[in-house]
Design a protein around this ligand. Structure first.
Ligand code: ADP
Length: 163
């Protein structure tokens, strides 16, 4: 079985991420979305919320499962039969960062390669941080995120306004 891993912060998942999953779920037998718990990075959504939002947004993809991990990706993959790491590419700026990370992962996990998937032109400018910024300033991000994420962002905005 060809199992691939799609690691990322997904704070929150956007239509750009979903597009990558829709494309790659046709190539691999199973995709494990692995949400990174980064203690050094302040997230808007909790780890549990991020996992739940991805689960709700990938209901139409029956070979996608969602999990989370902290620490090194190499350690998380140690006991898994993963054949590829999936990462999305939007711009040349992404490429520089992603290339370094792929090379580092290749050093740490020799038998697993990173597969890069080009973003659809509709989502080249979509990032979790831009979506959060726009949504928390009251912007309409409904064309950029799955419906569950739109609701989640509205709740965060409401909570901020009440404090
Ligand atoms: P990280 O903090 O690990 O970069 P992200 O959630 O921001 O986590 O991104 C996870 C992966 O998804 C990265 O490979 C990133 O380049 C890719 N990605 C993010 N947004 C998009 C998008 N709009 N189109 C395609 N790929 C994307």
């Amino acid at each position: 079985m060809k199992l691939a891993i799609y690691p990322g912060s997904f704070d929150p998942v956007t239509n750009g991420h979903i597009d990558i999953l829709e494309k790659t779920s046709k190539i691999f037998d199973k995709i494990n979305v692995a949400v990174i718990h980064n203690v050094y990075k302040q997230a808007l959504f909790t780890l549990e919320e991020r996992v739940q939002l991805i689960k709700e947004s990938t209901r139409h993809l029956d070979n996608v499962e969602v999990d989370c991990f902290s620490g090194l990706l190499a350690t998380y993959l140690e006991d898994k039969e993963v054949c590829a790491i999936i990462r999305g590419l939007r711009t040349v700026t992404d490429f520089e960062y992603e290339m370094h990370m792929a090379m580092m992962n290749k050093k740490l996990i020799r038998e697993i390669d990173t597969i890069f998937v080009m973003s659809d032109t509709d989502y080249i400018f979509v990032s979790s941080s831009a979506v959060k910024e726009a949504a928390l300033l009251g912007g309409d991000v409904s064309s950029l995120v799955p419906p569950a994420v739109k609701i989640g962002l509205e709740e965060k905005l409401k909570a901020r306004r009440e404090t």
